[in-house]
Design a protein around this ligand. Structure first.
Ligand SMILES: NC(=O)c1ccc[n+]([C@@H]2O[C@H](COP(=O)([O-])OP(=O)(O)OC[C@H]3O[C@@H](n4cnc5c(N)ncnc54)[C@H](OP(=O)(O)O)[C@@H]3O)[C@@H](O)[C@H]2O)c1
Length: 190
């Protein structure tokens, strides 16, 4: 299995030494600096990741507006929990935003969603997830690469794979020490 067509799906996450994605202060400058590695066509994220950002987006006095050269932001949100669409569109990172959901409210078919991006000409999807969406994608065999920025801290909550039972093996392709105790690891999913 693998992502549809020629599409490449990359998960990029900031993690603690225990593999968690929350409960520590991530080095956001380094994290987003590395995220530009892939110049993705689509940033794929989950509703919970966006909900965690909504208060800050709403509190912003001014937002720069859409980034015409930026990726599409696609949010898996079958339960229509995200409300800050206008602010997301104006946040200055994405050219446009899109909710992924079925009319009857069932869970999003992630393989079909990725096939849809590929059909629209996307070459790379970067996944921004605290774990739940990553775990679902991994469990479905839809991830090509995992990039972990490991922080010298312990966090809390589920690991970067969420609660999913995932059977994958990984080949280390790149490792690098960065800044104050950070380690960047890139794995190809076999
Ligand atoms: N450290 C990091 O790199 C990092 C990155 C991003 C976020 N975060 C943090 O992580 C937290 C959010 O992460 P999270 O793990 O709770 O949520 P998440 O990664 O945002 O994923 C939640 C989404 O996954 C979807 N989903 C889950 N299983 C699915 C399946 N089998 N099929 C289709 N869709 C599925 C759900 O869709 P429905 O809503 O449609 O059910 C939900 O919207 C926040 O606190 C955020 O700040 C950390």
């Amino acid at each position: 299995m693998g992502s549809p067509g020629d599409l490449r799906v990359v998960v990029h996450a900031a993690v603690g030494l225990d593999g968690t994605t929350r409960g520590f202060t991530p080095d956001l400058g380094t994290y987003y600096g590395l995220a530009s590695t892939w110049s993705e066509d689509v940033t794929l994220t989950g509703a919970d990741t966006i909900l965690a950002q909504e208060p800050a987006l709403r509190a912003a006095e001014e937002l720069p507006g859409p980034a015409p050269e930026g990726p599409l932001l696609a949010v898996v949100d079958s339960r229509r929990r995200v409300t800050a669409w206008q602010e997301l569109r104006a946040a200055g990172f994405w050219r446009d935003v899109r909710r992924l959901g079925a009319p009857s409210g069932e869970r999003v078919d992630l393989r079909s969603a990725l096939a849809g991006f590929a059909a629209e000409g996307a070459g790379t999807v970067r996944v921004d997830s605290g774990g739940a969406l990553t775990g679902a994608l991994l469990a479905a065999g839809l991830v090509d690469e995992v990039s972990l920025l490991v922080h010298p801290a312990l966090g809390h909550g589920p690991p970067w794979t969420g609660a999913a039972t995932v059977e994958s093996s990984f080949r280390l392709d790149h490792d690098r020490r960065l800044g104050e105790g950070l380690v960047w690891l890139r794995y190809e999913v076999r």
